[in-house]
Design a protein around this ligand. Structure first.
Ligand SMILES: Nc1nc(=O)c2c([nH]1)NC[C@@H]1CN(c3ccc(C(=O)N[C@@H](CCC(=O)O)C(=O)O)cc3)C=[N+]21
Length: 290
């Protein structure tokens, strides 16, 4: 029997501390505030938005949603974005990605105030993550995987970890966080030869490719630990991960379900980032209130 690494359980363990931190900020006259920027209405973004809103409510963090039209021009987007970026009431920004094609993500990455960049999209935060600087904001999902490993007592030191996926929100930054814990990390992707072998030799597998049920039981070693970061929306609207859960769970020691796994912790990490940003802002002149 494998142990199910449940996101709700990890989130519950984080909750009390987050509420306490929010209360301390309130007592100092600070009202922590997140703004989510959503362009269009993709189901994937809406799922995250629902989860994030619920989490912020639970912790007591103000959560604003800036909803922008799918066909917005770069100029109009920059206008709206700059207002939020400069708003002293807003401590943190989460911009859903990917953006529609007409928008220049690179330019926006350069524009975002690194101090408000809750999901590690600024090159400033990413460079720090790659340097091993733990004060930077890592993409929430990558940090969520680390929290789950830590909560379930999964030691990373010296372990063979295979990360499948090389995105800037999960694969690459997570590989760096794991390297920071002295894991031996192999990064696989769509062009990797012998993916099954790279998976079978791993003690810990992280699936972040975005293809439903792509990682099958024959690719996984007996007793491995599996974190499934994939969130795939099937045609009937149900969510499923990158791992063939029902078959894989039979042979592994630990596994995260989807839904109910990493996604749940992602929103808790997001809350922790907003509180950190609000605390940091407190020490800067001009940001003081109350
Ligand atoms: N800059 C950026 N960073 C992201 O991390 C990012 C993004 N853009 N765009 C959209 C995707 C999607 N995503 C989800 C995260 C959590 C849940 C989540 O909380 N899921 C719940 C279910 C929520 C529900 O369906 O109500 C669960 O897994 O249990 C869902 C989806 C992050 N993404």
């Amino acid at each position: 029997m494998s142990i199910q690494m449940r996101g709700a359980e990890v989130a519950k363990a984080m909750k009390e501390k987050l509420i306490r931190e929010r209360e301390e900020l309130n007592a100092a006259g600070v009202n922590p505030c997140l703004t989510i920027i959503r362009v269009g209405a993709k189901e994937n973004d809406l799922a995250y938005e629902r989860g994030a809103k619920k989490r912020m409510e639970m912790i007591g963090i103000e959560c604003r949603i800036a909803e922008l039209p799918e066909d917005i021009s770069q100029e109009e987007f920059e206008d709206a974005f700059c207002k939020i970026n400069k708003d002293p009431e807003v401590h943190g920004i989460l911009l859903f990605q990917p953006l529609p094609e007409q928008l220049d993500v690179e330019k926006i990455r350069q524009m975002i105030d690194p101090a408000k960049d809750m999901d590690g999209m600024s090159p400033v935060n990413l460079a720090k993550i790659f340097e091993g600087d733990r004060t930077a904001y890592a993409p929430c999902t990558s940090e969520a995987v680390m929290h789950i490993m830590n909560h379930y007592g999964i030691e990373l030191q010296g372990k063979r970890v295979t990360v499948i996926g090389r995105s800037m929100v999960v694969g690459k930054p997570l590989s760096m966080l794991m390297l920071g814990q002295n894991a031996t990390v192999t990064i696989c992707h769509s062009r990797t030869k012998d993916l099954a072998d790279r998976c079978r030799e791993a003690e810990i597998i992280v699936a972040a490719i975005g293809r439903a049920n792509h990682i099958t039981a024959d690719m996984i070693a007996e007793g491995a630990v599996v974190a499934d970061v994939g969130i795939n929306v099937l045609e009937d609207g149900t969510l499923c991960g990158d791992v063939d859960y029902e078959n894989v769970r039979e042979k592994v020691s630990h596994i995260t379900p989807v839904p109910g796994g990493v996604g749940n912790v992602t929103t808790s990490v997001l809350a922790s980032h907003v509180l950190r940003a609000a605390r940091t802002g407190q020490n800067e002149p001009g940001q003081r209130r109350g």
